[in-house]
Ligand binder design. Structure first.
Ligand code: ADP
Ligand code: ZN
Length: 767
């Protein structure tokens, strides 16, 4: 018998930082077991290493190849349709393909969990699962027999109990039991008497621990939702790649449209992925879909325990789900027939991963869809400049839902020019909470309403500065100035966590002239307590939210109006719905506006729109007050007027002029090293080479610009000195070619230099 027919070859991606793939021989029993998407154990540089099979190569004689050692999986861990996707990611982001696959797979797999082992659960899925709770309602047509209430044998709290149920019409048993120690008895008694009834209803607990109803029955769509769904349906039926941008204001009912789109895809035999920017947002969405798709739903995100992630992953691989919901990492859901990918809040920065494998999940979603003839729906109330430009240029289709379901008015936004309250102001704290904002808070308090105050910086002071020599105390690891935290009397580095107690004397000039300047959320909280001693104030930022469950507690107290004013960082701006909040104050719009980043305006606009969305969710209209030193900046004025179009046209005008995305492609090359001079030398050396390569790659004259190397704005971070080179290119293809050459050429230069190169394609962090 011919021996050569007894073997096949496999193309393997190594779970190692090596570029390219490798071919191995498969013989004997392994032939029948080998398959795309399975892990193999192979010999590599004298070690046994895990790899992933990307392709089976038909039998032919290839000399000098090693044999695989083992095949680890009975089932493939990803379908063949993902191989091309992984290859694209590796090529575009210049990151080793095996490490991309390793990132994508649930962690449980990488530690080689034996079959059937139960791993501890951290409990996320319990909350995501379809919970049911007992609710007590008043039976239709039932009336109370008053005489019963007067009887002496009736428990004393019975009238109060009945009043609560009748007034609220529907109360959960849990709540009844919390309010009345004899709650179960009372409920059973009145159920027997035929006044009340018990029913089991699906519920979900939101991040504040509130129980929300989820209706398993979708409401009828309004005309605008229908119109949008019809367009989506047409494209889904075409079975070919397309991208829609759904520009729908907050509260316009996008979620119901998503549900129907997933339903239509399912009817067409295709599966869906829905990505949301935050893990917390998966909870209610997952419950809604679980209720409506009878559990054929999986959840994927980094908040799951290892065991949960593994289970969800295998459920998807085995084809047991129709829709996957998750944060960024849901992009890698191993679906065999994806037909629809929805990216909700597509403008959100969290879609960009900022460590190791630096990918943009929204952008990558479009590529995944292209490779599988799927439809993409990018949803947002304030789309990213990039997506909107793509809609304007006709690359994407545009869908709009400009009206809220309940025709509530958009909040009224006032801008406070803070230059008026600088310097010789007689009242301490005016520069933190200006008189108009103070007045509005006071009014709100008097009216029994709640207030949210937002500031994007935690801590007490922004700087700890010597008034004599002007030096700020800096982090020895990061060279950024330390932030003063009154609580614990610390100077803290917000990048690496370094902390010291403030010294008595200035380390530079030895004078006792050190003082905290600027302010953060801690200072805002203190000022509020001084100005409104009667108000109940709480702060929510990374300092106060260290303990598990603390966020939920603070949000619960706020939602039950046990707190009047909530002060916080970004954390207070996302997703929460508090009907009694009628005032939102932005303490300073300047922090994000003044970032050394070409997206500073865009980020600020999104932030202000999002913060403004936190008010006026109830009956009374909301009010927003924005404090800034740049009151006439177009970003601020456009946000004030809720004028996305104006912001978009001014912002794109600037970007076009400066040749920034979306009118060019960017990459940042970062050189990190322990030695400042060495890092600089290597960066300069590479800079020269890049100049040469770009000369070869570019076709036109202004095709590629190489800027730098320069010291990064964050010159030292976590002990590493940082140099960077910014590359701008009119063509992303040319940029890709250039980076490939750079990558190749860098291996020798960098080896044993102690300097590391990080390539960040389409960067969001410019510092
Ligand atoms: P968005 O995601 O666009 O901000 P949501 O999907 O959260 O908006 O919808 C806002 C509210 O309107 C939700 O409470 C939702 O249940 C409700 N809603 C959505 N569509 C309808 C509809 N067709 N009829 C009645 N209520 C709806
Ligand atoms: Zn530091």
């Amino acid at each position: 018998m011919d021996e050569s027919s007894e073997k096949i070859y496999v193309q393997v991606a190594m779970a190692l930082p090596v570029s390219g793939t490798f071919t191995y021989r498969v013989t004997g029993d392994f032939i029948g077991k080998a398959g795309v998407g399975k892990r193999v154990l192979v010999p590599f540089s004298g070690r046994r290493v895990t790899g992933y099979i990307l392709r089976i190569i038909p039998p032919k004689d290839i000399k000098g190849l090693k044999d695989i050692i083992d095949i680890s999986d009975p089932y493939p861990l990803f379908p063949p349709n993902m191989v091309e996707f992984f290859e694209w990611l590796s090529d575009y982001y210049h990151y080793p393909i095996g490490l991309i696959i390793k990132t994508a797979l649930p962690t449980g797999l990488n530690v080689n969990v034996p079959d059937g082992t139960q791993m501890p659960s951290r409990g996320w899925l319990d909350r995501v699962g379809l919970l049911k709770a007992v609710f007590i309602t008043v039976k239709k047509g039932a009336t109370i027999d008053r005489s019963l209430l007067d009887s002496k044998r009736v428990p004393r709290n019975e009238p109060e109990f009945l009043e609560m149920i009748i007034k609220r019409k529907e109360v959960s048993l849990r709540e009844v039991k919390e309010a009345f120690s004899n709650g179960t008895y009372l409920v059973d008694k009145w159920v027997k008497k035929g006044l009340l009834r018990k029913s089991l209803r699906p519920v979900v607990r939101d991040i504040a621990g509130e129980t929300l109803f989820i209706s398993p029955f979708p409401p009828p769509l309004n005309p605008k939702q229908k119109e949008v769904l019809d367009k989506i349906t047409v494209k889904l039926r075409e079975n070919s790649f397309f991208t829609y941008l759904l520009h729908g204001v907050t509260g316009s009912g996008k979620t119901e449209v998503y549900y129907h789109a997933v339903r239509v895809a399912k009817e067409l035999g295709r599966q869906s992925i829905i990505m949301v920017p935050e893990i917390a947002l998966t909870v209610s969405l997952a419950s809604l879909l679980k209720a409506r798709f009878r559990g054929r739903v999986a959840v994927l995100h980094s908040g799951l325990s290892m065991g949960e992630r593994y289970d969800q992953w295998m459920k998807i691989v085995k084809g047991e789900v129709d829709v996957v919901i998750g944060a960024r990492s849901a992009l890698f859901a191993p679906l065999s027939r994806p037909g629809l990918i929805i990216v909700d809040e597509e403008h959100d920065l969290s879609y960009k991963q900022e460590e190791k494998f630096r990918y943009q999940a929204r952008d990558a979603a479009i590529v995944r869809a292209k490779l599988t003839n799927a439809l993409v729906v990018l949803g947002s109330g304030t789309p990213s400049i990039q997506s909107c430009q793509n809609a304007v240029s006709g690359k994407y289709g545009l869908l709009t839902m400009p009206e809220r379901i309940l025709k509530r008015e958009a909040p009224d936004i006032t801008i406070i020019d803070m230059t008026r309250f600088e310097g010789s102001s007689p009242t301490v704290g005016d520069s933190i909470i200006s008189p108009p904002l103070r007045e509005a808070i006071g009014e709100n308090l008097a009216n029994g309403k709640q207030t949210i105050l937002f500031l994007n910086r935690r801590g007490f002071g922004a700087l700890y500065l010597c008034r004599f020599c002007g030096e700020a105390i800096r982090c020895p690891n990061c060279e950024v100035s330390l932030t003063y935290h009154k609580y614990g009397n610390n100077l803290l580095c917000h990048y690496c966590g370094f902390r010291i107690h403030p010294p008595d004397k200035c380390p530079s000039c030895d004078k006792q002239k050190l003082k905290a300047y600027g302010f953060g959320t801690e200072r805002v909280e203190e000022t509020l307590r001084e100005v409104f001693p009667e108000a109940r104030v709480e702060r929510m930022d990374r300092d106060t939210m260290r303990y598990k469950g603390k966020v939920q507690q603070v949000l619960r107290r706020f939602s039950q109006h046990e707190t009047d004013i909530l002060v916080g960082t970004q954390m207070v701006t996302k997703g929460h719905d508090f009907p009694n909040v009628t005032l939102v104050g932005v303490i300073s719009a300047d922090l994000s506006l003044n970032c050394p980043d070409f997206r500073a305006g865009e980020i600020t606009f999104h932030l202000l729109s999002q913060v403004a969305g936190r008010t006026g969710r109830g009956e009374s209209p909301g009010r927003v007050i924005i404090q800034t030193f740049n009151p006439s900046h177009y970003t601020i004025t456009a946000a004030k007027d809720h004028d996305y179009q104006r912001f978009f046209s001014l912002e794109t005008g600037l970007r076009r002029q400066l040749n920034y995305p979306p009118f060019s492609s960017l990459a940042i090359l970062r050189f990190l090293g322990n030695s400042k001079t060495r890092t600089k030398k290597i960066a300069q050396h590479m800079g020269v080479r890049i100049g040469n390569i770009s000369g070869k790659v570019k076709k036109g004259k202004k095709d590629i610009e190489v800027l730098g190397p320069v010291e990064a704005p964050m010159a030292k971070l976590k002990g590493k000195y940082r140099q960077q080179i910014l590359i701008k290119s009119r063509s992303s293809k040319a940029l890709n070619l250039l980076l490939k050459e750079v990558e190749k050429g860098s291996v020798r230069v960098l080896s044993s230099s102690g300097v590391r190169l990080i390539i960040d394609v389409d960067p969001y962090q410019m510092m």
